[in-house]
Design a protein around this ligand. Structure first.
Ligand code: ARG
Length: 461
């Protein structure tokens, strides 16, 4: 077992279990390229400021080139006893270039180094996730465009409420996803300040130029307080909170897929690629991916809670509790990215069943509101009275076991003498949906407009 990097004052190496609990390499090796980018910027700055020589910087940059190659080729010798990616890279640099490697850590600590890497990684992950969100939006908009006129029941309390169009329903998710995307991008913008140069916690006496490193790494500016810089993890918390909300939206859509593909709803069918069978029941076509998305949404919320718990009572500045931030954050992004890709695949290919949707929309007296509105518009009834008259007619239809439109004019007139034949014009589900033309409403005309706008916003076609 080799000497640890901080071994100067220690006579013995850590116990195996100590190594197990302390090592983060298996997790943070994902930040290798960010770590190298941070070291490059730092070394360039040290040379520029005359803190290390130009020759040393050249040797360091050359060594980091070689390490980049090794990482790409899969030949980089990862060593768990060196704890984390930072010390692995530095130790390898020492092997490759010798003495100048030891100068790289001047005016730097692992505390500012790790959080610089982590901010860089999270910034990239937020961009990647936001692109995946746009991909699902595109899939939903496309399907919505195919179904601007498809009638389905709209629900409240999962009870039939009013007819809506499928396109309108799908676009509701596009709106949610847009807010998800903007939360992710907001977070990426807010986190974009550079902790590098804060050193362990108090800053450094070396004449460093923090604007230079911030700039080189694409940060908007250096963080203004070194204690804050090494301690703050609200950028990760914010990312996980945004992911948790975004995953909640995926879960709601997943739940609808589960419902819609059931025999009882019969609104949709998943393709073979997105279904699984049962080992005993041959008829089964299970929506496993949707169910897993439902469960994994809670996992993401749990990862947020775990990180919040790790940070909430931590005195300034760095403590090792903060090492676990990456495990939680990586898992949240991995999980979300997997879920949203599965959802995009399902939405791309799911087969809707418009006839079944329409039939369901016509059940449950879904046009009762249209009848009440007609009484207000045509007969001048106060809405409350119209509501009462309609309620009486619904009770009558229910008693007869028929739809509202199946009541005879005479039966209607027995409840309110003013009703005419024209009322039947508003009792179909198509008429109901088409009549709702207010801004944001469900009519095919409005939905087609929204689809066109979304296609433009997302630069589709
Ligand atoms: N692997 C550590 C982490 O991820 C790096 C920082 C270590 N700093 C320290 N003071 N022990 O947090």
């Amino acid at each position: 077992k080799g000497q640890t990097m901080w071994g100067g004052r220690f006579a013995a190496t850590p116990s195996d279990i100590m190594e197990d609990i302390n090592a983060s390499l298996d997790i943070d090796r994902r930040m290798a390229s960010e770590d190298i980018a941070g070291s490059r910027a730092h070394a360039d700055m040290l040379a520029e400021m005359g803190i290390i020589s130009a020759e040393d910087n050249e040797a360091i940059q050359g060594g980091l080139d070689a390490i980049t190659e090794e990482l790409k080729a899969g030949t980089f010798p990862f060593r768990r006893e060196l704890e984390d990616i930072h010390m692995n890279v530095e130790a390898r640099l020492k092997e490759l270039i010798g003495e100048p490697a030891g100068r790289l850590h001047t005016a730097r600590s692992r505390n500012d180094q790790v959080v610089t890497d982590f901010r860089l990684w999270t910034r990239g992950a937020l961009d990647e996730a936001s692109l995946l969100v746009a991909g699902l939006q595109a899939a939903l908009v496309k399907r919505a465009g195919e179904h601007t006129e498809t009638i389905m029941p709209g629900f409240t309390h999962l009870q039939t409420a009013q007819p809506v169009t499928l396109g309108h329903h799908l676009l509701a998710y596009v709106e949610m996803l847009e807010r998800d995307r903007s939360r992710l991008l907001d977070c990426a913008e807010r986190l974009n300040e550079c902790p590098l140069g804060s050193a362990a916690l108090a800053g450094t006496g070396f004449p460093i130029d923090r604007d230079m490193t911030a700039d080189a790494l694409g940060f908007a500016r250096p963080m203004a307080n070194s204690l804050d810089a090494v301690s703050a993890r609200d950028f990760a918390l914010e990312a996980l909170a945004a992911l948790s909300i975004a995953a909640t939206h995926l879960s709601r859509l997943a739940e609808e897929i589960v419902l819609w593909t059931s025999a009882q709803f019969g609104f949709a069918q998943l393709t073979d690629a997105w279904s699984t069978g049962s080992s005993i029941m041959p008829q089964k076509r299970n929506p496993d991916a949707a169910e897993l998305i439902r469960a994994k949404a809670s996992l993401i919320t749990g990862l947020y809670a775990a990180l919040q718990g790790a940070v909430k009572a931590l005195p300034l500045a760095y403590a090792k509790d903060l090492q676990d931030d990456k495990r939680l954050t990586f898992e949240a992004f991995d999980t979300y990215n997997l879920c949203i890709q599965a959802m995009t695949g399902m939405i791309d290919t799911i087969g809707f069943k418009p006839e079944n949707m329409r039939a369901a929309a016509a059940k449950g007296f879904s046009t009762a509101t249209d009848l009440a509105d007609w009484l207000v518009r045509e007969l001048g009834l106060p809405f409350r009275d119209a509501h009462h008259v309609t309620g009486t007619l619904v009770a009558k239809a229910e008693e007869k076991g028929c739809d509202l439109a199946d009541l005879s004019l005479a039966e209607m007139q027995a409840v309110h003498g003013g009703i005419t034949d024209a009322v039947f014009g508003v009792l179909t589900v198509e008429a109901s949906a088409s009549s709702r033309t207010s801004y944001g409403a469900t009519s095919p005309v409005r939905v087609a407009e929204q689809v066109a706008q979304w296609k433009q916003r997302l630069r589709l076609e």
